[in-house]
Design a protein around this ligand. Structure first.
Ligand SMILES: [Zn+2]
Length: 277
């Protein structure tokens, strides 16, 4: 998971822009009446996000005289499409550097995901803090179910920061063709809740399988280069090459699959002395 700066747009402004973009005058009037509730829900959401207690936000079936289904229509038909808000929708989608999905750190962003499901939280449907850029697969992997306790919350890129400590590791499967096995191992200094949430996040988004498949391709790509080094060099030259790649990957992202892979390969006597063949 990669941290993102929370979008600076206010939920009430999003609501107002949507209210004035739709053609249904009756709905416009009803939307104008729920501004205070949307604003209060946003403030509470941000507070809960910072306290790791988003799971405790109560579900509802509507806000004022606006139903949950109407809010969903406002999001899909207006917020994501109308001239007055589409650029905001796009700006939130563009938050991640290089368009990389913050949930998996691998695939490209294709959509915005409601961290708390829109069907359960009509007050948060157009709340930018609840809209997280996501790839299509991560969006699907996260069920609409409400987390019941703190431990059941996947990581939130606007509130949780796991970028600064090393937690992603890989081990070398000593077989032919060689393969990598990925696992999260958060620092013991983290709270129990954060450790559990990171593991849940890793499992929910299938990151182990995703990273293993990308590293399998990379292992094929580097084989020839390593064989060339071996022709004129030693096992230590191979190791040095792998560790240089690990260092370079870590300088970009310490918890990327590349960092974990090259670190594990450089540490593996088996791999350095011919396991790459
Ligand atoms: Zn993703």
């Amino acid at each position: 998971m990669r941290r993102l700066i929370r979008p600076a747009y206010a939920a009430r402004d999003m609501l107002d822009l949507c209210a004035h973009s739709i053609r249904d005058e009756d709905l416009t009037v009803r939307l104008e009446l729920i501004g205070d509730q949307i604003e209060e829900a946003e403030a509470a959401y941000i507070q809960h996000g910072e306290n790791e207690t988003l799971f405790s936000i109560t579900q509802s079936v509507g806000i004022g005289d606006v139903t949950s289904d109407e809010m969903k229509r406002v999001y899909k038909g207006t917020f994501a499409k109308s001239k007055s808000t589409r650029h905001i929708y796009d700006a939130i989608k563009k938050l991640p550097p290089n368009d990389i999905c913050p949930m998996c750190g691998q695939r490209t962003v294709g959509t915005l995901d409601h961290y708390l499901a829109q069907s359960l939280h009509p007050t948060l449907v157009v709340t930018p803090a609840n809209l997280v850029p996501s790839c299509g697969d991560c969006n699907k992997a996260k069920l609409d179910a409400q987390p019941g306790v703190a431990n059941e919350q996947t990581l939130h890129p606007y509130f949780d920061n796991v970028d600064d400590d090393l937690w992603l590791y890989a081990s070398v499967e000593e077989r032919s063709p060689v393969a990598m096995l990925y696992f999260p191992d958060p620092p013991s200094g983290w709270s129990e809740t954060m450790q559990t949430r990171l593991r849940l996040h890793f499992r929910t988004f299938g990151l182990g399988a995703l990273y293993a498949s990308h590293s399998a391709v990379e292992l094929t790509n580097i084989r020839y280069g390593l064989q060339r080094i071996a022709e004129r060099g030693t096992v230590d030259d191979i190791r040095a090459d792998l560790l240089r790649r690990a260092e370079s990957s870590a300088a970009a992202h310490i918890n990327s699959w590349q960092t974990a892979m090259y670190t594990a390969l450089g540490a593996s006597d088996w791999f350095c002395s011919g396991g790459y063949n």
